[in-house]
Design a protein around this ligand. Structure first.
Ligand code: DQA
Length: 146
């Protein structure tokens, strides 16, 4: 089965972006970490990042087609700031029914109040935040336990 790991806006800047909050590891490091976690569980990995909301919607639809075919293990979505704004992502998750982990590198609840609300949460099967980039591996381990 396949795991989709989808990353939203500004996550391409990992490593140099506010390292006190997001750490020193790059998105390429995150992809390697996800590949290792998927390999441990025998999952294939689709790993993507986009700064464009619609691209994330399109990948959720693609994951939905795998879900319908019975070949999707789950989706890990770090929607970045779209978490706090995007009804389109919420609708895509609801519309496809994909089993999804909402992931944040930082503990969003310990930050500005505008990061406390998530549109994704209502459609996510699970939420994980505050573990740094290691959270991606934990999310994949969680998907393996479903
Ligand atoms: C984030 C938290 C969001 O509030 C922020 O906009 C991001 C990253 C995180 O991984 O901690 O871009 O999703």
């Amino acid at each position: 089965k396949t795991v989709f790991v989808l990353n939203g806006p500004n996550l391409n800047l990992l490593g140099t972006r506010e390292p006190a909050i997001y750490g020193a590891q790059t998105l390429a490091d995150v992809e390697r970490l996800c590949a290792a976690a998927c390999a441990r569980h025998g999952f294939a990995l689709r790993f993507h990042q986009s700064n464009h909301e619609g691209a994330l919607v399109d990948w959720l639809h693609e994951a939905g087609r795998l879900h319908a075919a019975g070949t999707l293990a789950g989706v890990v979505l770090n929607a970045g700031a779209y978490t706090h704004t995007s009804i389109a992502l919420l609708d895509a998750i609801k519309g496809t029914g994909v089993p999804l982990v909402e992931l944040h590198i930082s503990n969003v609840h310990a930050r500005e109040s505008f990061r406390h609300h998530s549109y994704i949460a209502a459609a996510a099967r699970a939420q994980l935040c505050g573990f740094g980039v290691q959270g991606y591996a934990l999310a994949i381990d969680g998907i393996a336990s479903w």
